[in-house]
Ligand binder design. Sequence first.
Ligand code: SF4
Length: 248
Amino acid sequence: MLALPALIQIDRNKKAEVGLVDKTRAWLEKDSSDRKGIHASDLLDPRKAYYDKTQTKVPLSERLVGLFFVGKVLHAFFLSALTGEDGVNWKSDGGSTIDKTLGISYSPDWCKNGVPGELKTSRGKYEMRPSDLSLYLEQLMIYMTGEKSTYGRLVVLMTNLPAPPGQGWGTYPQYRCFDINVTKTALAEYAKQIIRVRKALVLALKTKKAKNINALPLCREFKCGKSQCPHYLVCKPEGRFGTKRWDK
Ligand code: SF4
């Protein structure tokens, strides 16, 4: 260990922190391509997708800048390791496919022998249960439907998982891999659901009528609320808007 000077002044520089967030935000926003048409991710919370496509773009909050940045960097590193790249390939997925029957485009992280795979990162501190995977699976199932594969692979990189016994102290990033299997019937039902949601979103976008917008289901709870969603005051989600829990 080296001895530090007895008199060393350490001042937190908040101005520099704001500057870094601004630079990171600008980098993320420059990198986010404007997708045409309906993408798989639009179907997960179609009401938010509607407002994202029709409202003036709101700058990413500091929270989202931090979350997106780390997610994006880890994603690129993981895919580079998976494909044995020299260094880092910044391409963030395995390429986009347009499925004319489903009427959407989708971009799995990788696709091997017709089996799509997806990486997610999680800051969770506990082992995931199958019920914790539902949001990830909704997305992976779209890829499986597009590829007509009853099998899919999900990898979750858990960045804060406690070290298993005998593996040192604290937490460290650990992979959790899941093989997902469904029946052909379930896949066919999922395809119908994708088409139904896509049609409802397209109708809302075309007509911009309140009855068609409000026919889109409310988004999942963790995305909603005045502090969480930039569209809250326009959307006025029924049953949530005007209540203490969601208005704060
Ligand atoms: S306010 Fe809630 S329901 Fe409305 S778009 Fe935002 S997240 Fe979705």
